[in-house]
Design a protein around this ligand. Sequence first.
Ligand SMILES: [Zn+2]
Length: 230
Amino acid sequence: MKKLASDLINLFFPNFCPGCERTLYKNEQSICTFCAFDLPKTNFHLFYGNPIEKLFWGKVPIEAATSLLYFNKGSLTQRLIHQLKYKNQESIGEFLGKEMANSIANFKSYSKVDMVLPVPLHPQKERRRGYNQCNSIVKGYCHIAGIPYSLDSLTRNIDTTTQTKKTRIQRFENVSEIFTILKPSVVENKNILLIDDVITTGSTLESAVNALIRIKGVKVSIASAAVAIN
Ligand SMILES: [Zn+2]
């Protein structure tokens, strides 16, 4: 009966692939098989000194850094991230997190990670949007990797993405005051994976790493769903 009901719902309200707008089959979750096959993966995790790691060299100590997908204008990645960020499509985040874990969780330093944190939004921004798009990526990752996450250990004091506040932000640039560790005891002595949605300059992540490494025994790796550099 339940199955019949869900089949009927699917008939009248089909789920569409956020990548190409094809109707999703029952066994396809989040995105269709064609789009899943077409994802522009970077495979950066295979290379020491990849472009993501180089963003942090000489700035903050990290164990490793990578991005799952290339982000180009008009690309499949851009459509997925847009749906995740602005259209409440958190299942895309979970899908991307799972994809990420399947590629890296058993790999080199990522296999030593024992806790995953999202890059937090400023609380005001999160209230406006209703959710932090990084949280679903984190949950998807941890579901596959079988490790715990903490969504509220790290908090953001300043919204560095708001252009109008630029002059105020510049004073804080590259310092740890942008982020605060709310629960130091939770992250103490942990090997942490910090997850973001899209990496552009890396400066936000740099600030977050700066805040985290002040806590005793903390090591940090970085992974993002997408990267907007070449
Ligand atoms: Zn598709």
